[in-house]
Design a protein around this ligand. Structure first.
Ligand code: AMP
Ligand code: GLY
Length: 422
């Protein structure tokens, strides 16, 4: 089989790594990839938002399966374009990807089909949004409707913070067109978890539950990031809760998408809050999570190519998915300054030594410069280790992290603390 993976971050490195382990795979290409991916696949410099170029590459290189990593190409209709050309691709159509691309779409869908989520209203008029906030009081959550690189959510603890968020998003257009609508949502509290699932549009099979760490500093302090680390399985998702998510969230969502005329195929990511009043969906993503993928895929025992083909072919009901026992932990190594403006071009030392510790070193924001691997993005590397239990996986991961260094390297030292404290 010949595979094309679209994207070039830590999530895509994990996808390529897992796909490459399949005996069915003859060649993997990755657009644009990164230096870590380049060791196991051929990186090709194609603009990932240029559908025509991607289709042409897939035809010219006789690609049997294309896998989409990030959200932007999905929202840009890459799946529709591939399907129209008779090419097999793993990921939702442009219409189905709205479940991530428009928070109003996702919230309206959940309301209509009684999928548990925080109460909300959608506004296009800032004056009405302010009036609603005034009536409801704080804490309250203000969300830009569209894609805002994970920054469009403001959890306002005071009324003034909420008013400021409405002004920033709707009047000053801090997130551009993504802010022409806002969702204002009830504040809910509890422990968060991510449950990713494979689906062909009819059958939906969840992966192991993971927990991300979104804040930059230990103890969940400081600003939100793309994710500073993760672990799986997350014990907050008990067997009972997992079953509830399947019957109350995943299955109804897939059925709802089909009814709405936008059947959903690919990976559906449910971001959950486990509250005292039961589980609620915080958000859906139309893709694999980053860094959740870096802990979930190392625990997958089955052949990922078989699962992904079945999703694209509509035959997932025939597939049995097996998981390894044990636990996986990923610690993200970030550049100084991240999540604001960050340092770049620092030489990274110790990559091979870390791999000798039986760790997986997934590249996220790296590049090659004069024969050295140097930093290039905010999240630079994701170091993952698998062990028989969570504590051993944590220790193994941090042992490997200790081998790596670059100027300004920052990382959290408490990944998996919630589970270890249970
Ligand atoms: P999102 O981009 O939708 O995942 O939101 C980012 C973060 O904001 C989430 O991971 C939660 O920690 C927080 N958040 C989102 N919605 C709510 C809510 N209704 N109540 C409390 N916190 C929330
Ligand atoms: N880790 C959060 C996300 O992928 O959206």
């Amino acid at each position: 089989m010949r595979i094309l993976v679209i994207g070039g971050g830590g999530r895509e490195h994990a996808l390529v790594w897992k796909l490459a382990s399949s005996p069915r795979v003859e060649q993997i290409y990755c657009a644009p990839g990164n230096p870590g991916i380049g060791k196991i696949a051929e990186c090709v410099q194609i603009n990932i938002n240029d559908n025509a170029e991607l289709v042409k590459f897939a035809i010219d290189h006789k690609i049997n399966l294309t896998v989409v990593g990030p959200e932007a190409p999905l929202a840009n209709g890459v799946v529709d374009e591939f399907v129209a050309n008779g090419l097999k691709i793993f990921g939702p159509s442009k219409a189905a990807a709205q479940i991530e691309g428009s928070k109003a779409f996702a919230k309206d869908l959940m309301k209509k089909y009684q999928i548990p989520t925080a109460g909300f209203e959608v506004f296009t008029d800032p004056a009405l949004a302010r009036q609603y906030v005034e009536q409801h009081g704080a804490p309250i959550v203000v969300k830009a409707d569209g894609l805002a690189a994970g920054k469009g959510v403001i959890v306002a603890m005071t009324l003034d913070e909420a008013f400021e968020a409405i002004d920033d998003i709707m009047c000053d257009k801090a997130f551009g067109a993504a802010g022409s609508q806002v969702v204002i949502e009830d504040y809910i509290s509890g422990e968060e978890a991510s449950l990713l699932a494979f689906t062909d549009g009819k059958t939906i099979i969840p992966m192991l539950a993971a927990q991300d760490h979104k804040r930059i500093y230990d103890g969940d302090q400081g600003p939100n990031t793309g994710g500073m680390g993760a672990y799986a399985p997350a014990p907050v998702v008990t067997d009972l809760i997992r079953q509830q998510v399947i019957t109350e969230v995943l299955q109804p969502t897939i059925a709802a998408m089909e009814k709405e005329g936008c059947p959903y195929q690919g990976c559906l990511y449910a971001g959950l809050m486990i509250t005292d009043a039961g589980l609620k969906v915080i958000e859906f993503n139309a893709r694999f999570g980053d860094p959740e993928t870096q802990v979930v895929l190392p625990l997958l025992d089955s052949d990922l190519t078989v699962i992904m083909e079945a999703c694209a072919d509509g035959t997932l009901a025939d597939v049995h998915i097996k998981w390894k026992s044990g636990a996986a932990v990923c610690v993200v190594l970030a550049a100084e300054g991240y999540p604001a403006a960050y340092r770049k071009e620092d030489i990274i030392d110790g990559l091979e030594q870390a791999e000798q510790e039986e760790a997986l070193v997934f590249h996220a924001g790296t590049k090659l410069s004069d024969g050295h691997v140097v930093t290039g993005g905010g999240r630079v590397l994701g170091v993952t280790a698998v062990a028989s239990d969570l504590l051993n996986a944590v220790n193994k991961t941090y042992d490997a992290v200790g081998k790596i260094s670059f100027n300004g390297m920052q990382y959290r030292r408490d990944i998996a603390y919630r589970a270890l404290n249970k």
